[in-house]
Design a protein around this ligand. Structure first.
Ligand code: FAD
Length: 290
């Protein structure tokens, strides 16, 4: 079964995002957290694709291990950064060999720079939509794509970005996952724009529970989108009390998740950073995921 099948069931799908362990990470601890999160029975889990180096090779290995050793359905993120079309085809072949049929097709960012200028590999792809087409040509993959509530940071305008997003869906995407969302209205505006353009691809909002003040700065760095100022003020007011910051983060993520569920989202995608506790605490307060 694929993400497409799980979404077709019509009940909200819980999904979790992991990163392949880096050489300096404690891989044993990360796998313990993966096993703990398995008890939440997510509909799927996704494994990110690094901007280069060893975590790239690890992506398939981690996904294959999840498929082999757990009950969870892995989705592999794949980017076009620094890859020729020939390399992308060979990676896609390796995925098929590993039994992975779910892929999140992304263009990716220039290594180390979310806002820097995109430079295509001379024999590579320009846009994620081309990667969607490549996957579709290769076999029966279930393909997800990225969505940006504020428009992609490199887009001229939100309207332009919406048009490109809809074209990417029409290239053959089964679903989309958003950049992290902290205010449900940002997600709802995106959904309204896409629906108004006649596109019905399910869009899953991504939730990242704030656990420290650093995660707020990191969210802006990773997403290129502003953290909601009114929420930032509430965190700033308790900034010197780490327990209060964490409690507020869990409370806010829970309220956000409940509101999104009440608005009929197809699922919720939790960015875990390979930690189990915050996601578990939030999900425990959402009766829709037994
Ligand atoms: P695209 O859809 O190609 O869009 C890129 C830009 O091009 C946009 O501005 C778009 O509007 C514009 N565009 C698209 N089509 C056209 C066209 N025909 N003509 C003109 N302009 C066009 N990065 C990683 O490196 N590894 C990961 O694992 C990873 N996981 C992610 C998961 C999620 C859920 C999200 C939201 C992002 C993730 N990213 C990841 C980041 C992502 O790769 C970057 O944000 C990247 O800059 C955009 O990727 P995209 O697939 O949306 O690109």
């Amino acid at each position: 079964r694929t993400v497409r099948d799980r979404l077709a069931a019509g009940t909200p799908v819980l999904s979790l995002e992991f990163m392949p362990p880096r050489p300096a990470d404690d891989a044993g601890r990360i796998w313990q957290n993966v096993r703990k999160l398995e008890s939440l029975h997510p509909g799927f889990v996704s494994v990110t694709y690094g901007a280069g180096g060893s975590t790239r090779d690890n992506t398939i290995a981690v996904a294959a291990r999840i498929a082999r050793e757990t009950t969870m359905l892995p989705v592999v993120h794949l980017t076009a950064v620094d890859h020729s079309v020939r390399e992308l085809r060979s990676f896609v072949g390796a995925l098929a060999d590993a039994g992975v049929v779910d892929v999140l097709a992304l263009r990716g960012d220039p290594p180390g720079d979310v806002t820097g200028e995109w430079v295509r590999h001379p024999e590579g792809l320009e846009y994620a939509s081309e990667l969607v087409t490549l996957l579709r040509e290769h076999g029966d993959f279930c393909v997800g794509v990225a969505a940006f509530p504020f428009g992609h940071p490199r887009s001229g305008s939100v309207a332009e970005d919406t048009a490109h997003f809809v074209a990417k869906c029409r290239a053959g995407a089964d679903y989309a996952i958003t950049q992290m969302v902290f205010d449900a209205d940002d997600y709802l505006r995106l959904r309204d724009r896409v629906t108004a353009a006649g596109c019905e691809t399910p869009i899953i909002p991504a939730v990242m529970p704030v656990t420290t003040m650093k995660t707020i700065a990191r969210s802006e760095q990773l997403s290129g989108a502003p953290f909601p100022p009114r929420l930032a003020e509430r965190f700033a007011a308790v900034a010197d009390d780490p327990a209060a910051v964490r409690a507020l983060g869990i409370e806010q993520a829970t309220l956000l998740a409940r509101r999104l569920l009440a608005e009929g989202v197809p699922g919720l995608h939790f960015i875990t950073f390979n930690f189990a506790r915050a996601t578990t605490e939030v999900v425990a307060q959402l009766p829709v995921f037994p």
